[in-house]
Design a binder for this molecule. Structure first.
Ligand SMILES: Nc1ncnc2c1ncn2[C@@H]1O[C@H](COP(=O)(O)OP(=O)(O)OP(=O)(O)O)[C@@H](O)[C@H]1O
Length: 255
């Protein structure tokens, strides 16, 4: 079942074409990796998919309905977005920042209830930041902040999670934890996850599907083994990347 769909997205910035007819369908129960070189337009596309930037042309639907820009409360309950920038501007505690993920579920005159508190607690445990709950979020390290912001997105309990470089700035243990968490979210709970990744090993290991963005267009969309082949990788990255295997797992070595 398709949860989020982008159709023929066009975007120009400062007179330069960034996205040139991008279409993409995100299905329930899958982790989809979005890869492409720096400046390919991945974050711009993610912001459009999150309803935070209108495209010049084309549209996005969530559950078959047009996604408002900015998202309304009903859309915000179903769709969470982890931005590439891990900025936290206000000196709030970690628990408070994560609880912001529950706002779409609360009305203006409704205090948080057990379901909200449970969701916040579970999200902090899943993103391994429960031990930081009383820390002021602005004092955290980069990797700690990244996990807190991921927890905020998880607390929403979204049908669709858009995560821009979710494993960036994380140590190897937390990279594995976060990627397996995204997989559980998709395979266990039936959510759709779109993750921008630069790590091809992670894309091959954790993603059900990989979409390649290059030159403003979708250059490939399919299973990792089919998509991550030397010819395409050479074209998009301008460097030789050789696929191999260690212990039955795909690895990519840059020459
Ligand atoms: N507000 C803006 N005004 C002008 N150009 C912009 C603006 N925002 C982004 N761009 C340009 O659009 C292009 C796409 O940027 P975007 O951040 O979407 O790329 P990306 O694929 O996410 O890159 P990276 O892998 O480096 O994060 C870049 O060339 C960037 O310089």
């Amino acid at each position: 079942m398709t949860l989020l769909q982008a159709h023929d997205i066009h975007l120009a910035l400062d007179g330069r074409t960034i996205l040139d007819g991008v279409s993409l369908a995100l299905r329930a129960g899958e982790v989809c990796g979005l890869i492409g070189p720096n400046g390919a337009g991945k974050s711009s596309l993610m912001r459009i998919l999150a309803g935070l930037r209108p495209p010049d042309r084309g549209g996005v639907t969530l559950g078959g309905q047009p996604l408002p820009c900015p998202p309304d409360r009903a859309s915000a309950r179903r769709l969470a977005y982890l931005a590439q920038e891990r900025d936290i501007h206000w000196p709030l505690t970690v628990a408070h920042v994560v609880a912001l993920g529950r706002l779409p579920h609360q009305g203006p005159f409704r205090a948080d209830g057990d379901a909200d508190r449970d969701a916040v607690e579970r999200a902090m445990v899943d993103a391994d930041c429960a031990h930081l709950r009383d820390r002021v979020a602005t004092t955290l390290s980069g990797g700690e902040r990244a996990r807190v912001l991921l927890a905020r997105a998880l607390a929403t309990a979204p049908d669709v999670l858009l995560a821009d470089e979710p494993a960036a700035s994380l140590d190897p243990l937390h990279q594995v934890q976060v990627m397996s968490l995204l997989r559980r979210l998709a395979h266990g709970k039936g959510s759709a996850v779109l993750a921008v990744l630069h790590d091809l090993n992670a894309a091959a290991q954790w993603c059900d599907r990989v979409v390649v963005l290059y030159d403003g267009r979708v250059a490939a969309d399919g299973a990792a083994q089919a998509v991550l082949e030397p010819g395409l990788l050479r074209t998009i990255y301008g460097v030789d990347i050789i696929p191999g295997s260690v212990g039955g797992r795909p690895v990519f070595v840059t020459r």
